[in-house]
Design a protein around this ligand. Structure first.
Ligand SMILES: C[S@@+](CC[C@H](N)C(=O)[O-])C[C@H]1O[C@@H](n2cnc3c(N)ncnc32)[C@H](O)[C@@H]1O
Length: 242
């Protein structure tokens, strides 16, 4: 978890916590933008060292959550040959998935400045691009921690692009994100609320979402049905079908 702690305690990521007043209607600027003048991904694209720290921090989380996904949802990729990881960072998650399911070929899709420096991984191709424009085609699209960075409108746009990337018949979108439960007690309940505040500090309109929020977003994105699978992690697995 060292990279995660170094990222969250870095001056770049701490500055927005002192800039919440920038969010009030007077200037209308999200905290990260008020502190740095650009959004978090724009900042990372101009600072390779910070970008690497973000990717390593995300990889720390991947090493925790992927084993929980494999254990609690073992048949997630049954019948699929190809998967695209949407906003997959340096490919750590996809590398673990294709190792666990050796018949699977993966496309790790992220912004060009991330994909171009990602390390070589067997059975994974790194592709640079913009998930608001086009997502490479695959049997399944996998999206982990890439939706909570955005507001509802942007999430719906990303999910529509995910839907276009998979087959209409038999394809699925696998989302790995927190699901806030305001009623039930859970060992990760407070962590999910803290992450909601972290999203407020570090993104323009990102947030953690309740079950009802996910249902609304997925319906608006054009998915016919979805199922939420709790796993032993902060996140849940949400599978959505076109
Ligand atoms: C919070 S990270 C999640 C990384 C990875 N999915 C994980 O969980 O380890 C969000 C990722 O989305 C990528 N991203 C942001 N905007 C993007 C865009 N417009 N197109 C493609 N990727 C984008 C970032 O570069 C970053 O790697």
């Amino acid at each position: 978890m060292a990279a995660f702690l170094l990222l969250e305690s870095s001056p770049v990521m701490l500055a927005p916590w002192h800039a919440f007043s920038g969010c009030v209607p007077e200037s209308g600027k999200p905290a990260f933008e008020a502190a740095h003048g650009v959004d978090v991904w724009g900042y990372a694209s101009g600072d390779p060292e910070h970008s690497e720290l973000i990717n390593e921090a995300m990889a720390c989380d991947a090493r925790l959550v992927v084993p929980a996904i494999l254990e609690d949802c073992p048949s997630l990729f049954d019948g699929f040959q190809t998967v695209v990881d949407v906003g997959g960072g340096n490919g750590t998650t996809l590398g673990m998935l294709v190792k666990a399911y050796p018949w699977l070929k993966g496309t790790n899709f992220d912004l060009p400045h991330v994909a171009s420096v990602a390390p070589k991984i067997d059975n994974v191709e790194h592709v640079g691009g913009d998930f608001f424009v086009n997502i490479p085609k695959a049997d399944a699209a996998f999206v982990m921690w890439s939706l909570h960075d955005w507001g509802d409108e942007e999430c719906i746009n990303i999910l529509r692009k995910c839907k276009e990337a998979i087959p209409k018949d038999g394809g699925k979108v696998i989302i790995v994100e927190a699901v806030i439960d305001e009623v039930e007690e859970h060992e990760f309940k407070d962590v999910r609320y803290v992450l909601d505040m972290v999203m407020m500090a570090h993104t323009s309109a990102g947030k953690e979402r309740t079950q009802e929020d996910w249902t609304n977003i997925l319906r608006e994105s054009g998915f016919s049905r979805h199922t939420i699978y709790p796993i032993r992690a902060i996140q849940a697995v949400i599978v959505a079908w076109p």
